[in-house]
Design a protein around this ligand. Structure first.
Ligand code: NOJ
Ligand code: CA
Length: 552
């Protein structure tokens, strides 16, 4: 791609950085130990003026029995009292917009709570007008479930309903029955939900397990997973199958084309965005969710960096694979952490976490950051008696539980890390390191991860080459280093990342000198020789090439 192409006027969700808030854990304004909307409102200035992100995505805030902490929705058009009221939501949305930020909310289309009135009605009788809103089936003649599908959270995906003598499908816990999106009434009711929030002014949706809503209409059995040896018993039974029938049916694309048309209608006012949670690691399939005509999701989340074995070669391979498949004109994106994945600093270590942040904040594509990532927050080991996550309760001891990455935001060195106004124990324990890893301390410390993120975001925002310019890998001899070029409007930057704990030197094809704009290490030299660029252990640096005509 030529530089001018990369320099087209980018939309807010392309140019900006998204920040995910897990509302239970961000800021508790009323001292009940659980984060809430007024708490988020209190901290908007932190996001707008200190971290300087562009958009916020809120994990679910709707009424819910909280079996899966909000991903079991019992009313799509209200706010759970633990988080506040619709009025609190409106005030928050205004606060977000007043600061020039955007608000993305979670849309959970695949399943409701079993306490949703739709499901209560559906399970009331085989003749219920909403029976077909969910996926009910007779047992096999021997009484066992209709097929071999499994729940991601352990056990069968089918729950027996004694009263009506049928099974219903639940891809997650049994309290999360799957909706039947092949029923036009379901689709229409769910589109009304989207309209409700668009009319209220939200700027977009993060769509929960977006590809799960269309399954094989014949509900055929999944085949065994050939990647497992015959005698191997998978630790998590879910891994024992090839999941080819229980999600990702091609009919899903038609639904997202319609969702896109709806968003485009509202887009006349201002552009709205759809970001799908799509755990798909086959790149051609992954890119298909943008739509052949780029008329489906604006972005399927790219989760490849969450699972990668952290090395220069593996990370480079991911970026190049993404750059390759998005050549159809799709806009890339990167994620380092979320509420379902162990924290970045625990996965790759504190020093490499800074390198990783430099990576995603200087790549071509939208970065989504997870709350606390900007501080270097780590996983917290949760004692068994404090476990909250149903995944850990159902499939214990395998490290699948998600509580460790959901602990309260660390605001200060005071009681409860400043998360909660009182001494009521927060819903999950506070990390031991909160006296040093917290917003207040890190704002004062130029060597903190927060300071690094602030410097990177400032540079990114003010530099067309970094937020929208072209991307090109640079070959270097050193296998532990990954180096790339970003360029637009006659300005050229080189990002050089050392993935090892040893000092390294890379020689770049650009001749002459460069100026270090940001380094992970504070005391970096201003001017560097690009033919012999020295990187300290775990150092990453963004260098502006001084004479951009000098590339060989
Ligand atoms: C994906 C969400 O991110 C996760 O937290 C949730 O448990 C499942 N979908 C079910 O909604
Ligand atoms: Ca609260």
């Amino acid at each position: 791609m030529r530089a001018e192409e990369g320099a087209k006027e980018p939309l807010w969700w392309q140019q900006g950085v998204i920040y995910q808030i897990y509302p239970r854990s961000f800021r508790d304004s009323n001292g009940d130990g659980i984060g809430d909307l007024p708490g988020i409102l209190e901290r908007l200035d932190y996001l707008a003026q200190m971290v300087t992100v562009d958009a916020i995505w809120l994990s679910p805030i709707f009424p819910s029995p909280m079996v899966d902490f909000g991903y079991d929705v019992s009313d799509y058009t209200d706010i759970d009292p633990v988080f506040g009221t619709l009025h609190d939501f409106d005030v928050l949305l205004t606060g977000v917009h007043d600061r020039g930020l955007r608000l993305i909310i979670d849309f959970v289309p695949n399943h409701t709570s079993d306490q949703h009135p739709w499901f209560k009605e559906s399970r009331s009788s085989r003749n219920s007008s909403k029976r077909d809103w969910y996926i009910w089936r007779d047992p096999k003649p021997d009484g066992t479930p209709p097929n071999n599908w499994l729940s991601i959270f352990g056990g069968d995906a089918w729950e027996w309903d004694e009263a009506t003598g049928q099974y219903y499908l639940h891809t997650f816990v049994k309290e999360q029955p799957d909706l039947n999106w092949r029923n036009p009434e379901v689709k229409s009711a769910m589109f009304d939900v989207l309209r409700f929030w668009l009319d209220r002014g939200v700027d977009g949706f993060r769509i929960d397990v977006a590809h799960f809503i269309m399954k094989d209409p014949a509900l055929r059995d999944n085949p065994p997973n050939p990647a497992l040896g015959a005698r191997e018993i998978p630790a998590h039974a879910w891994e024992s199958q090839q999941h080819i029938h229980n999600f990702g049916h091609p009919d899903v694309h038609g639904v997202y084309r319609e969702v896109r048309r709806l968003l485009d209608e509202y887009g006349n006012e201002r552009p709205r965005v759809s970001i799908g949670e799509i755990h798909e690691f086959n790149w051609p399939i992954w890119v298909s969710y943008y739509g052949k005509q780029l008329d489906e999701l604006h972005m399927p989340f790219n989760f490849a960096l969450l699972n990668v074995v952290w090395s220069a070669a593996a990370v480079r391979a991911i970026v190049e694979a993404v750059e390759d498949v998005v050549r159809i004109g799709a806009w890339p994106n990167y994620v380092l952490g979320n509420h379902d994945t162990h924290r970045l600093a625990s996965r790759v270590g504190a020093a490499q976490a800074r390198v990783a942040l430099m990576l995603v904040l200087t790549l071509r594509g939208t970065p989504t950051m997870y709350y606390g990532e900007e501080l270097g927050m780590k996983d917290v080991i949760i004692p068994p008696e404090l476990v909250q996550d149903p995944f850990e309760k159902n499939v214990p001891g395998l490290g699948l539980g998600r509580d460790p990455e959901r602990t309260p935001m660390q605001w200060s060195a005071s009681a409860n890390a400043g998360f909660s106004a009182t001494d009521v124990a927060p819903w999950l324990p506070i990390a031991d390191d909160f006296k040093t890893i917290n917003v207040e301390s890190e704002l004062e410390d130029p060597s903190s991860t927060l300071d690094l993120v602030r410097r990177l975001l400032e540079l990114r925002r003010s530099t067309l080459a970094l937020h929208s310019g072209t991307y090109q890998s640079i070959e270097v001899e050193e296998p532990d280093c990954y180096v790339y070029r970003r360029e637009a409007d006659g300005r050229r930057f080189v990002v050089a990342l050392n993935f090892s704990a040893e000092p390294k030197t890379v020689s770049l094809p650009e001749s002459g000198r460069g100026t270090v704009r940001v380094s992970t290490h504070l005391d970096s030299d201003g001017e560097v020789d690009l033919r012999r660029l020295g990187l300290r252990p775990n150092e990453g640096c963004v260098v502006e090439v001084q004479d951009s005509d000098s590339r060989e």
